[in-house]
Write a protein that binds this ligand. Structure first.
Ligand code: AMP
Length: 176
């Protein structure tokens, strides 16, 4: 298989205007997922520079972060931990509320999902205002995790979400 280029991934992302509300241009990544070569290419590139043994767990954010996070965890041979929307996790949780590009939300993590000192890589599909990722980071810090990186497929630079993740190595494959 020929290596996947960022341009190919970018070309497959579908821009949906005014979803889920007027003024939002939704970045639909489902065409990327539906193409086996592109999907693998995204995972390969998200894990670029991540050496085996340098990460203990991958953390994925509800819901599209699960897709990339779970695939990346299997590829790297490490465990996967979900950061879920409030009310979905069955065991004892830590919770953190935040504002997002459209509306507000609360995310949660199981209190025993990550052990103190474990090295984690946080993955999500898209960085917009950074509220979601900052809330997830807050949960991880409360568990004593060592966040070695935060990686997104897409970054909406004009929303300056990166500023809310200051002090952490943030990577994105595609920015707008
Ligand atoms: P934020 O907390 O503002 O950084 O928002 C990031 C979260 O909202 C991610 O989990 C994305 O899946 C989703 N999101 C925000 N804006 C968009 C957008 N324009 N297109 C697709 N997903 C988005």
């Amino acid at each position: 298989m020929t290596p996947v280029t960022v341009a190919e991934i970018e070309a497959a992302i579908r821009n949906v205007p005014d979803f889920p509300k007027p003024g939002i241009q939704f970045k639909d990544i489902t065409p990327v997922l539906a193409d086996a070569r592109l999907f693998r290419g995204v995972i390969d590139q998200m894990l670029d520079g991540v050496t085996p043994g340098s990460v203990d767990k991958i953390i994925g954010i509800d819901a599209r972060g699960f897709i990339f996070g779970a695939a990346a965890a299997v590829q790297l041979g490490v465990g996967f931990v979900p950061v879920r929307k409030k009310g979905k996790l069955p065991w004892a949780t830590h919770e953190q509320s935040y504002d997002l590009e459209y509306g507000s939300n609360t995310v949660a993590i199981h209190v025993d999902a990550v052990s103190p000192g474990e090295r984690v890589l946080l993955l999500d599909d898209l960085l917009a205002t950074g509220g979601t990722a900052a809330a997830a980071m807050n949960l991880l810090e409360r568990l004593g995790a060592q966040v070695i990186g935060v990686t997104f497929l897409i970054e909406l630079k004009f929303l300056q979400g990166r500023a809310r993740l200051e002090g952490h190595p943030v990577r994105s494959l595609i920015s707008y």
